[in-house]
Design a protein around this ligand. Sequence first.
Ligand code: ADP
Ligand code: ZN
Length: 526
Amino acid sequence: MMGSTTEAKKIAKRVFGFDSFRPLQKEIIGSVLAGRDTLVVMPTGGGKSLCYQIPALVLEGLTLVVSPLISLMEDQVSQLKELGIPAVCLNSSLSAEEYRQNMGLLSRGEIKLLYTAPETLLQERTAGFLEQLDISCIAIDEAHCISEWGHDFRPEYRQIAALRTRFPKSVWIALTATATEQVRHDICSSLNLIRPEVFVAGFDRPGLFLEVRIKSDPDSQMLDFIRQYPDQSGIIYCATRRRVDETASMLRSRGFLALPYHAGLSDEERRSNQRAFIKDDVQIMVATVAFGMGIDKPDIRFILHRDLPKNIESYYQQIGRAGRDGLDSHCLLLFGYGDIRTIRYFISGKDKKGQKAAELHLKAMINYAESEICRRIPLLSYFGEAFEGDNCRHCDNCSREKKQTEHQDNISLAARKFLSCVIRTGRIFGAGHIIDVLRGSKSQKVLDRGHDQLSTYGIGLEYTKRQWFHLSRQFIRQGLLTQDPQHGSLLPTGKARQVLRGELEVFGQLHEDGMHSDRIKSRPEK
Ligand code: ADP
Ligand code: ZN
């Protein structure tokens, strides 16, 4: 298996068009290629599929992918076919004719990836047929379905383990986004994984200092920023080729060693500029999104976004190029509302479906840029990961928050009352109902649910409804609660648990400007 991860990297680029691996992908692929059973826990969108698709292409023979949903597997198969990878599925939705055809392709060794549902696999005619093929790898997607502790238990999954003895030569890889210890343990034992390598990917890069500033005068803002890092390597990303060229020459005219990189340059120019950057002959690479492939420069100390990226995915990839050596690095995004218009203009040229997706991506990006809470919360939640803890201490909002607390009220008690009430009422209500309970309302909804029996009923009479709403918005902004965008229901976060345990104090404003508690008499609601 010598050099197989180099091979993997080439395939990632050549077949899938990916410039680099996401966190842990390389290690996971290496583990599978080394023939070790592997368990992968990675947030949704983390790039799990690649972890078996690449080995499938590197290894001789066939990779069998077990996936619970037929629609999902058909999507994957058609995507792979578009990339020129021979893949098929066997499932109950195929006609007898298609089924026979696919079996023909498989027995002739023309297929690299076979997707199948557990119930299909467990039929003797399928299992018996597959036994005669050369199956090098078996991938169990959505492996948490095997655990009764998971959120999606599927009994058929339990029986997959029996296949272990029928395919003794295959290496197994199980993948899931569910990370609890119990589920992880269940997967390993139910599938009889042999001394598995376990990989748990998190998206947080604690070494990156995240900052957003409103774009006012980009040239002087950029100059101010890079002057903080004399002689240290950094990348400046711009939205267009023209802006890359302008920015690079502006920097050079100010005495900085900067070179452009974009798809409009000749291959030779691009290669030589990139080499100059890697070898520290220039300090700054000014680039479009085209820059990044194979950039394994460990000591990039800053990433400056002159323009708003189109989505968090690419933003995350770009800032991820900083600080590969594990040392602190600074990521600054200049956020201008004009950029939103420009991106929307591009979006309007897409088809309907593309527009919808691109608009959602843009919204998430704007949400990140406008966030008043720790930047890590919107960033990581985009990848399905919660940022637990009170303060990352490594973003603009967290460092700012600390300074402000001197002029603010301690609202910890109000926070504890509110959070307890959210928990007691079952984490399914919005602020309005929580406030009704706190203020002892006799509304039908409160009575019907028996919420007048709760210990938190009527414990919040010291504030008016309006004040409570004001407080609840601060609790959300400060990341104690997240709000379901569809139903408005509030969910306490890890930070909320710290507040409830008394480990963390909350500061904010008790009153909206111009509201004075002594002028407002609180009465129970009718
Ligand atoms: P998961 O199964 O973990 O939810 P997927 O395998 O569907 O995630 O990957 C999520 C997205 O990330 C896909 O659009 C995929 O093409 C993309 N992706 C995966 N690996 C990489 C990579 N190394 N570089 C860029 N994009 C990637
Ligand atoms: Zn933070």
